[in-house]
Design a protein around this ligand. Structure first.
Ligand SMILES: Cc1cc2cn([C@H]3C[C@H](O)[C@@H](CO)O3)c(=O)nc2[nH]1
Length: 223
C-alpha cells in the first residue's frame, strides 16, 4: 500500500503488565505496511546511567513522579514520530499512562495531589494540542493471577517485588477505561483479545485481530 501523507491508521496495544503486548506486536513484524513502536523500557532503565524503572519500584514515593514524567515524554515522542507506513501499532500510550498508572499512583497516595495535578496538566495539554488519537485500541484482556505468574517467570529484575494486589488494581483501571469506558478523551473502538491464552493458542486469537486491523487500515488508506 502506498504511504499516505496524513495520519496513519493508529492502533494502541493496551493491557496489564505481562499481558503479552510485545508478543502481540511481534506477530505483526512481517507486515511491511505496519510500523511497530514497542514500549521504550530500555530508555526507562537507562537515562544517563539512571535506572528510573528500578528506582520507581524500589522507592515509589520518591521516584514515581519522576518516572511517570519521563515515561510521558518517551510516549509523546512515539506518538508524534512521523510514520511512512499506512498503519502504526504502538505499545501503550499517554492514555494508559494517565488512566492506569498515574491514576493508580494518585489513588493509593504514591504521588502527592500537587504532583498528580502537574502530570494531569501535561496530559491535558498533549491531548488537546497534539493530534495523537487512536483509530483502534487492542485490549489484551487478562486475569491478574495469570499475568502475575508470567511476571515472576519472565523475571524482569525490577518487577520481582510487584505484588498481586498492584496487578489487580491495574486490571480494574484497564477495565474501567476500556470496557466501562469511564474516560471520554480516548473514544476509539476497542477490540478485546483473550490474552490469558498461552503462547500455543494465542496465535489464532491474534489472527482474528489481524483481519480487523488490516481491513480497517485498508478502509482508511483507500478513503
Ligand atoms: C505508559 C506507561 C507504561 C508504563 C509501564 N510501567 C511499568 C510497568 C512494567 O513494570 C514496565 C514495563 O511496562 O514499566 C509503569 O510503571 N508506568 C507506565 N506508564
Amino acid at each position: 500500500m502506498a504511504a499516505t501523507n496524513n495520519k496513519p491508521f493508529t492502533v494502541f496495544v493496551e493491557g496489564n503488565i505481562g499481558s503479552g503486548k510485545t508478543t502481540f506486536l511481534e506477530h505483526f513484524r512481517r507486515f511491511e505496511d505496519i510500523t511497530l513502536l514497542t514500549e521504550p523500557v530500555e530508555e526507562w532503565r537507562n537515562l544517563g546511567g539512571w535506572n528510573l524503572l528500578d528506582l520507581m519500584y524500589k522507592d515509589p514515593a520518591k521516584w514515581a513522579m519522576t518516572f511517570q514524567a519521563y515515561v510521558s515524554l518517551t510516549m509523546l515522542d512515539m506518538h508524534r514520530r512521523p510514520t511512512a507506513t499506512p498503519v502504526k501499532l504502538m505499545e501503550r500510550s499517554i492514555y494508559s499512562a494517565r488512566y492506569c498508572f498515574v491514576e493508580h499512583m494518585k489513588n493509593n497516595g504514591t504521588i502527592h495531589p500537587a504532583q498528580f495535578a502537574v502530570l494531569d496538566e501535561w496530559f491535558r495539554f498533549i491531548h488537546h494540542h497534539i493530534p495523537i488519537e487512536a483509530d483502534l485500541i487492542v485490549y489484551l484482556k487478562t486475569t491478574p493471577s495469570i499475568v502475575h505468574e508470567r511476571i515472576k517467570k519472565r523475571a524482569r529484575s525490577e518487577e520481582q517485588c510487584v505484588p498481586l494486589s498492584y496487578i489487580e488494581d491495574l486490571h480494574k483501571l484497564h477495565e474501567d477505561w476500556l470496557i466501562n469506558r469511564t474516560h471520554a478523551e480516548c473514544p476509539a473502538p476497542v477490540l478485546v483479545i483473550d490474552a490469558d491464552l498461552d503462547l500455543s493458542q494465542i496465535t489464532e486469537e491474534y489472527k482474528k485481530s489481524e483481519h480487523q486491523i488490516l481491513r480497517k487500515a485498508v478502509d482508511v488508506v483507500m478513503n
